[in-house]
Design a binder for this molecule. Structure first.
Ligand code: RIB
Ligand code: CA
Length: 314
């Protein structure tokens, strides 16, 4: 099987962490590097969390810190969802692997530039660093196969009525990415809010009994608390869908659409505006995921988590 070379870039964050647990256990993927982004918490906290998650799952690849703030906007954080640490709810090991001195834009440019094949970037936080990469190194666009990102939502937002958190944190960055011409898979709220992990699934994961499974079950319990209080029947593991779309595309329903990013507006800044009726006559710039086989997604996660404590994930 030809592996897909990927860069994981996110703001762990419970669902980022679970996305990385899935990616690291997916034989379809060849993880070339990991990077942090400023989103759910400060860059310092998301970087510390990223290092601890990689230590927990045994992912020892080049890692670098992202930018400390969005391109133009002030940083935001989602402590109400992910806690003060950005990854509350479970004891994690201290980082065991070194960080690169260079920042994530420089490391992504190095890894992509030196790769013999195009690389897929999997951003699961704000798109600040990916946009910075594209602006600083436009010549590398042809060596980026795809951007499989979690963000946006063509029907509604979650951090504002119109905007999803990752896009709202840095709309200017998202605009750069969606105008880049690079193939995009957009795992927005349209699909990720259907990717619900129910409490009975938490127990299925806990029953696996390996150290990663026990931590993931605790992450899910913490992450579900915020969502249960606002009426969700399960935890929407948003970010893991951006990984699942690469390893099990058959689980997804999608539409190829032309998507624009609203960077102005009093009410709609950060909205991902899809041209469903082709009013603009523009070619689609994103494969927008609209549906998911939820049970298949949960089974994929459980199977991935079950590999920890066995074989090479021991
Ligand atoms: O809106 C959900 C997204 O915002 C997820 O990526 C979550 O981790 C937060 O970053
Ligand atoms: Ca995230």
């Amino acid at each position: 099987m030809k592996k897909i070379p990927v860069i994981l870039e996110g703001d762990p964050g419970h669902d980022d962490a679970m996305a990385w647990v899935l990616a690291n256990a997916s034989p379809e993927l060849d993880i070339r590097m990991v990077a942090s982004s400023c989103g759910n918490q400060t860059i310092e906290k998301t970087t510390y969390n990223a290092r601890r998650v990689c230590t927990l799952i045994g992912l020892d690849v080049p890692m670098a810190k992202g930018r400390p703030r969005p391109l133009l906007a002030e940083p935001m954080a989602a402590a109400s969802v992910h806690g003060e640490s950005g990854l509350d709810g479970a004891e994690l090991p201290e980082p065991a692997y070194p960080m690169e001195e260079m920042d994530s834009v420089a490391l992504m440019a190095k890894i992509i530039g030196e790769s013999s094949e195009p690389i897929t970037i999997v951003p699961t936080g704000p798109l600040t660093n990916v946009a910075a990469l594209l602006m600083a190194h436009p010549e590398l666009k042809e060596k980026i196969a795809r951007i499989s990102m979690m963000g946006g939502g063509v029907q509604y937002g979650n951090w504002s009525p119109a905007a999803e958190f990752n896009i709202l944190v840095d709309p200017e960055a998202a605009d750069v990415v969606f105008r880049s011409g690079i193939p995009i898979t957009m795992a927005g709220l349209d699909v990720t809010e259907k990717a619900l992990i129910f409490p009975e699934d938490f127990e299925r994961i806990r029953a696996l009994g390996n150290p990663v499974a026990l931590v993931v079950a605790q992450w899910l319990e913490f992450f579900y608390e915020f969502h249960r209080e606002i009426g969700y029947e399960g935890a929407p593991v948003h970010d893991a869908v951006a990984v699942a779309a690469l390893v099990r595309p058959e689980l997804m329903e999608s539409r190829d659409l032309y998507v624009q990013i609203e960077t102005k507006g009093d009410f709609c800044r950060g909205a991902t505006v899809a041209d469903f009726n082709n009013r603009l006559g523009k070619a689609p710039n994103a494969k927008v995921l609209m549906g998911i086989d939820r049970q298949g997604f949960v089974d994929l996660l459980v199977e991935a988590i079950a590999t920890y404590g066995k074989g090479e994930n021991a």
